[in-house]
Write a protein that binds this ligand. Structure first.
Ligand code: AKB
Length: 321
């Protein structure tokens, strides 16, 4: 049985990943690591242990690894792309100094490590469409710089020290549980909340801005399935392209209109987010993930949209959003 520590457990991915892993491995085997000010609540708090786990505090992490005999770390601590552009030094500190802490502890205590990368690990020089697994990576954002450096460092720890490091390059993640906060792809979540609550949305990115996206259940499967994959089949490790759909704001709005015919959208462009989005791929080629660990996502634009609107409408009726 695995003993797992999730660093950043109350964030967009963590808040759902903790519960999924607890269902699989048992509540007591999955520690929800959090920082002061982002404490776990509700089911997250009640279903298993929780500990303060600041990724920049080496001793704190070592104490948790020893106390719970941790053998697997999901390192989800990061600033998303738009926030990282406003606080680049902090983004480096958390993304890189934090990762070095995790990798060193993993080396010492023999833990496997999952660290998400992102479509942000590519820059304007990479092929825009069907961006290959292995291609030029020259991002121009601090977020992207930390993601590429993190990929390289994680591969280094695998080759040099045998640390079992694995990673996927997430696209924009769409979920109905926890809001993302500070990403370039956030509009693709916000639009659903606005559609349900007010039937209108002001979009911060222009029509024609294509980016990869993924519904959260597929994103959670990607993390868990990769960590469970047979290492003998992995030719890559850090990091795998994964995707399920690519759309621009107009395509998403049209899909929402199939359910809410009165839905309208106008535009007020956020230039920081636009510049970041313009430097990212339109769509990724995820064939290596499909070949090396049977990546096989379940949701497309149509099924994701139906599910998002059904769940958020119910929450809205209940006064929860
Ligand atoms: C962001 O927009 O910053 C993230 C990402 C694609 O990495 N959602």
């Amino acid at each position: 049985m695995k003993n797992i520590l999730i660093i950043g457990s109350t964030g967009q991915i963590g808040s759902e990943l903790v519960l999924k892993l607890r269902k699989t491995y048992g509540g007591g085997h999955v520690v929800a690591g959090y920082i002061v000010g982002a404490e776990p609540k509700g089911e997250l708090l009640g279903s298993g242990p929780a500990e303060i786990a600041d990724i920049t505090n080496t001793q704190q992490l070592i104490d948790i690894v020893k106390k719970y005999n941790i053998d697997t770390i999901y390192n989800l601590a990061a600033l998303l792309s738009a926030v990282a552009e406003s606080k680049p030094q902090l983004a480096w500190h958390i993304g890189m100094n934090g990762l070095v802490n995790v990798l060193e502890i993993a080396r010492e205590y023999k833990c496997a490590v999952f660290t998400p990368s992102s479509i942000g690990a590519f820059g304007p020089d990479a092929p825009k469409k069907h961006t290959p697994q292995d291609t030029i990576q020259r991002p121009q954002t601090m977020y992207g710089v930390t993601k590429v450096a993190g990929e390289l460092l994680s591969d280094y720890y695998f080759r040099r020290y045998g640390v079992d490091t694995r990673s996927v390059r997430y696209p924009g993640l769409i979920s109905n549980v926890t809001l993302p906060g500070g990403g370039t792809t956030d509009y693709a979540v916000d639009i659903f909340y606005s559609a349900v609550k007010t039937k209108k949305f002001t979009c911060p990115l222009p029509a024609g801005t294509f980016m990869d996206m993924m519904y959260m259940p597929d994103a959670l499967d990607a993390a868990v399935d990769l960590m469970e994959a047979d290492p003998a089949r992995l030719k890559h490790r850090n990091s795998f392209n994964v995707t399920t759909m690519s759309f621009d704001p107009e395509i998403l709005a049209a899909e929402i209109r199939k359910h809410i015919s009165e839905f309208t959208m106008d535009y007020k462009i956020d230039e920081v987010r636009k510049a970041i989005a313009d430097s990212w791929p339109d769509s990724l080629d995820d064939s290596c993930a499909r070949t090396e660990w049977d990546w096989n996502p379940k949701y497309d634009l149509s099924t994701m949209t139906s599910d998002m609107l059904a769940i958020l409408s119910k929450k809205h009726e209940q006064g929860l959003i």
